[in-house]
Write a protein that binds this ligand. Structure first.
Ligand SMILES: Cc1cc2nc3c(=O)[nH]c(=O)nc-3n(C[C@H](O)[C@H](O)[C@H](O)COP(=O)(O)O)c2cc1C
Length: 441
């Protein structure tokens, strides 16, 4: 299908804010993470403002590699995504609800069922952010000494998604007839059991819920490494990315489009939404001040840890914060693309550990007046390399209110943003509804 010619927006919702020190910012809602009325108020602001999606990131552990600096962050207590999104579905009408669920520490039957349930109860608004897990502490919560290796976890992920989509197809769209006169609840010929017997999973099926309203909930993914991108090309319908520059975004899109075509899919059926962390103030200078204040609120232990956690497995505890990052090798079983990006950034700009930490804490924040932010988004839109943005609000509620209240209207005036009018999440994103796979002979 043709890509929409206007930008679409998804929000990566952390109730305490996306910036690691966001919860400390004056006026920020420090207890937002577990405050449902607050999450609900942000969700309705985003829906009313024209966001297409609320996306809940997740790890199945506290969010950090080690525990030393965690007590200085809001990353150790947060809602489980399906529970939060189910609750949000009842206070919203249109916005998409995207849950992160890892293929490394779940079973496909459980995830197929939860997503199908969320799709039914929200009237076709569910999405699944497929991740393979990046935090080593997750393994220890699921009976393993170490996390699966990078290649193995993607192989497991592919089989996992195949089983999940197979389970969603358990029933034909019109199989559950609930015909009182004949006493037939569902048509037996319209139901099938997947009988999957693979390398990682054995699942008989069928699923215990009718086919989701969208056929399949929308599949989100954020593969960045070669293997991860191949996975995105095969399965992803909305792809989250975190490019450092527009050139990187353009290169990613060209490579992804080629891989999508190679995988036998139409590149028009894949949306790319890079990460955006906007800080809007009255002037550019004021916005830069806000960003600097946020940076100053990050404790030194957190700065050191945040670089180390992004980087991989080395121990940074003895490194001087004010020295440039030593030249470690690129190999890691964790996110290879992220590590390579950090090395490149440190080398090209000669950054110290402290400067890198402040940058990561900011999550690529773009600070400026509403017009400056709108100009930035206009330039990225004009490149043709992206279809929208995954917006992480540095602190709440202010950055969300100002983005929705000041930036989106400017984009609408410029004709590059149009609030979605309704329909299922697929319809809002202009994505095709998957037909049920043909019944095997
Ligand atoms: C915007 C964005 C959000 C992400 N959210 C999560 C998440 O919630 N949980 C998680 O385990 N990984 C998350 N990731 C990490 C990705 O799933 C993936 O591991 C990462 O992009 C590295 O890609 P690679 O596995 O191909 O090296 C996210 C990545 C991006 C860019």
């Amino acid at each position: 299908m043709p890509r929409p010619d206007t930008l679409q927006f998804g929000a990566l919702l952390h109730g305490s804010g996306g910036h690691i020190a966001g919860w400390r910012y004056p006026g920020a809602h420090a207890s937002g993470e577990l405050d449902f009325p607050f999450c609900s108020r942000i969700a309705t602001t985003l829906e009313d403002g024209g966001f297409s999606v609320i996306f809940i990131a997740d790890v199945v552990a506290v969010w950090g590699h080690q525990l030393d600096s965690l007590h200085r962050t809001a990353r150790a207590d947060f809602f489980e995504p399906f529970t939060l999104l189910s609750a949000l579905s009842s206070v919203t009408d249109r916005i998409g609800l995207v849950a992160t669920a890892t293929t490394s520490y779940n079973e496909p039957y459980t995830i197929a069922r939860k997503l199908a349930s969320l799709d039914h109860l929200s009237g076709g608004r569910a999405g699944w952010n497929v991740v393979t897990s990046v935090v080593p502490l997750e393994a220890a919560n699921f009976g393993r000494d170490a996390h699966y290796g990078h290649e193995e976890r993607y192989a497991r992920a592919a089989e996992f998604v195949d089983v999940v989509t197979g389970l969603w197809d358990s029933y034909a769209d019109d199989a559950v007839i609930r015909d009182k006169a004949s006493g037939i609840y569902f048509d037996r010929d319209g139901r099938r059991a997947i009988q999957h017997d693979g390398e990682h999973f054995r699942v008989a099926g069928p699923l215990n819920i009718a086919r989701p309203p969208q056929g399949w909930p929308v599949i989100f993914q954020a593969g960045a490494s070669e293997t991860g991108r191949a996975f995105a090309a095969r399965y992803g319908e909305v792809v989250f990315t975190a490019p450092q520059t527009l050139d990187q975004a353009v290169a990613y899109r060209a490579a992804l489009d080629a891989q999508v075509a190679e995988a036998g899919r139409d590149p028009g059926d894949v949306r790319v939404w890079p990460l955006l962390s906007p800080i809007v103030a009255d002037t550019d200078a004021e916005a830069e001040e806000v960003l600097a204040t946020l940076g100053s609120l990050v404790h030194e232990d957190v700065l050191r840890r945040i670089v180390q956690d992004n980087f991989g497995d080395e121990d940074f505890s003895d490194l001087d914060l004010d020295e440039p990052l030593p030249d470690f090798g690129a190999e890691t079983d964790r996110s290879q693309s992220r590590r390579a990006g950090i090395l490149e950034l440190a080398r090209s700009e000669g950054l110290t550990l402290r400067q890198l930490g402040v940058r990561f804490a900011a999550g690529g924040a773009v600070a400026g007046s509403a017009a400056t932010i709108a100009d930035h988004l206009t330039e990225w839109h004009a490149s043709g390399a992206i279809d929208g943005f995954t917006v992480s609000f540095p602190y709440l509620p202010d950055t969300a209110d100002r983005f929705v209240g000041e930036v989106l209207p400017l984009l609408a005036e410029r004709g590059i943003f149009r609030p979605p009018s309704g329909g299922t999440l697929r319809e809002q994103l202009g994505l095709p509804r998957p037909a049920r796979a043909a019944v095997p002979a």
